[in-house]
Design a protein around this ligand. Structure first.
Ligand SMILES: Nc1ncnc2c1ncn2[C@@H]1O[C@H](COP(=O)(O)O)[C@@H](OP(=O)(O)O)[C@H]1O
Ligand SMILES: [Mg+2]
Length: 395
């Protein structure tokens, strides 16, 4: 065991700091090869645990909003619905991060402006936040326990204001990704990723409406009427260089995890591809054309949110296509960072539609990229070739 863990340590060093021994010295505590230290207690173990518990607590909050009568729906300027669930989940997660890592920055989708203006909305969110508690007190303590006051809740919400960037530790947070799926009882995800120097390094997705069973078949019904019930609710996670896992979404201490990996398919025509439900978010027509050129005959599986990344990472589906329209849309980093590291660690790769790596280090959006394509690493070149063919034909 000693020599195996030493070998793994050396792989990890190579992975994180291939050419920078100076940084290695500063971080040497994390990499001391101690005989009885397991991989789980090395790089980013605390970040992963805090992220998992924070996402678990926030996901439980969103479930409680869904089962309550009023979702307090507002309309944001971009016409997407935003609910008290988004505000509550963002406040809880940022307060968890700031408790454990006070120096870290957060790029969060929401802010407290609406809550500062509207007392009744603020009270609704405050009520939710107060009642969202993990059933295990040690777990609750690790993420700082309850938020102490409404002011602290508003401050936490506003701390998602980082501009992003290529230096340091920045978390990307989408408190409810797939808000439209959430409102219609379909798929949605609570998404959190730690980016280190612009690279998604730790990723967690809370998917309350996906089946726990990694092997459950993926069909069209998954996105339409998921309804959280028996056998549903999953936490996905990954740390760069350490693989990807899934575990049941619990209510207290973290449940045991299982490793996940993308399916190995010998022929691309057997692939199942995932795409957004919303026809305005990606070009369904181009996606159908690409699938047909690849010889894919199975219908696409449409679902909201980063549940698509989770579904291909666990091998339930194979490809994620998000083809852009002529009018440029800047994808938001919080819509992709967690899903990307989970797919990469499950044996996949994600690029934009032209095959460019996604650049998470230039701000709150992926402004140097256009569209998104995710696939098993070995199949990505073949998929990209067809994607470029379809895009080029339109130019
Ligand atoms: N015109 C557009 N093109 C692509 N993505 C868009 C878009 N308008 C909104 N989105 C993003 O698409 C996300 C949902 O993705 P999907 O279609 O895969 O479910 C939304 O996240 P929210 O639901 O968190 O607002 C939003 O950020
Ligand atoms: Mg989103």
């Amino acid at each position: 065991f000693v020599s195996r863990s030493a070998a793994r340590l050396s792989q990890l060093k190579q992975h994180f700091y291939p050419s920078s021994p100076a940084i290695l010295h500063r971080r040497s505590i994390s990499f001391t090869p101690a005989a009885n230290r397991s991989i789980a207690t090395m790089a980013y173990d605390k970040e992963l645990e805090v992220a998992l518990l924070a996402v678990q607590r926030a996901t439980l909050l969103t479930k409680s909003v869904f089962s309550s009568h009023s979702k307090g729906t507002l309309t944001k300027s971009d016409a997407s619905p935003v609910t008290i669930g988004d505000f509550g989940a963002q406040a809880l997660i940022i307060s968890s991060i700031k408790h454990a890592f006070p120096e870290d920055e957060v790029v969060g989708e929401e802010d407290a402006d609406d809550l500062r203006k509207d007392a009744s909305l603020r009270e609704l969110v405050w009520g939710l936040v107060q009642s969202a508690k993990l059933e295990d007190s040690a777990a609750e303590d690790k993420i700082g326990g309850p938020i102490p006051s409404t002011d602290a809740m508003l401050d936490a919400l506003d701390q998602g204001n980082s501009a992003g960037g290529r230096k340091g530790r920045i978390w990307a947070l989408d408190p409810i990704d797939g808000t439209k799926g959430f409102l219609r009882g379909g798929q949605y995800a609570v998404c959190l990723a730690l980016m280190v120097d612009g690279v998604p390094t730790v990723g967690v997705l809370g998917c309350p409406n996906l089946p726990i069973d990694d092997k459950a078949p993926l069909d069209a019904s998954i996105g339409a009427d998921a309804d959280s019930g028996e056998g549903k609710g999953v936490l996905f996670s990954a740390v760069k260089g350490q693989g990807a896992t899934s575990r049941p979404l619990g209510k207290g201490a973290l449940q045991p995890s299982n490793p996940i990996s993308m399916k190995s398919i010998s022929n691309i025509s057997e692939a199942t591809f995932c795409e957004s439900v919303e026809s305005g978010h990606s070009n369904h027509g181009d996606q159908a054309a690409i699938a047909s050129k690849l010889g894919i005959t199975k219908p696409s599986v449409r679902m909201d949110s980063q549940a698509k990344y989770a579904s291909i990472a666990r091998g339930a589906g194979d490809l994620y296509l998000r083809l852009p329209f002529a009018k440029k849309y800047e994808e938001k980093i919080w819509d992709h960072a967690a899903g990307v590291v989970i797919v990469q660690e499950a044996g996949g790769e994600v690029t934009d539609a032209w095959g460019k790596p996604l650049d998470f280090g230039i701000g709150r959006t992926l402004k140097e990229n256009n569209g998104v394509v995710g696939a098993p690493k070995a199949l990505l070149p073949q998929v990209l070739e067809v994607v470029k063919e379809v895009l080029s034909a339109k130019e």
